[in-house]
Design a protein around this ligand. Sequence first.
Ligand code: PGA
Length: 259
Amino acid sequence: MRTLLIAGNWKMNLLRSSAVELAQALANRFAQPPEGIELLVCPPFPYLIPVHEVIAGSAVQLGAQTSYFEPPGAFTGEVANEMLVDVGCRYVIQGHSERRHVLGESDTVVNRKVRASLQRGLRVILCVGERLEERQAGQTEQVLDRQLETGLREIDAAAAGNVVVAYEPVWAIGTGVVATEQQAQSAHAHIRNWLASRYNPEFARAARILYGGSVKPQNAEGLLAQPDVDGALVGGASLKADSFCGIVDAAVRARASAG
Ligand code: PGA
């Protein structure tokens, strides 16, 4: 059975005291990982170090929300993968829809970022997902295929083993409109089939595919019980210890019922 990953994407939220307080609450609760579940928080850059200090030694791992594809150098305002590794990051999110649609990152830029992060030894959460108008036009699978094809260009199976794909329909992010369990399962199954043909069936069976978009403690169990949903990338509900823990509890129940 695949290990579930429950990841909190804090986005551009919290200040140092609230970030440290939240991280401390999670570290206290998860000194050990729940069986078969991996936990991750992705704070804003300035809080990576203080958050790392309080989660060190707990089951909660550290990730960043993006990074630049160049090694350290003259790139004002950017953060290099080397720096993320240096401050204790295990993971980095790339291709989040806000980076694509608000900050203008193309599929090609996302691919350069994914490759650079993998080369520096980080695990990558590669986000893909269609916009509402694309879903309504019946283009969901085409959009996913394009984002996967370019996002994973020139990445072989050995490197891609450190990629977790996150299916995040743009219309479900921060809107309170969650994908139905069937919509999520069908997109995830499509992504897994795509991975099987791009790499191989064994690779696809081992690959983890997260769902993201308005995941809450109330809807998490049903989503996580879907056969191809291997975890959640959580925005809003990751900003409070209670709701993040509620989602982890739902993951524990979903795993238990999957036997
Ligand atoms: P949300 O965000 O849970 O607030 O919808 C998810 C994400 O953007 O990763």
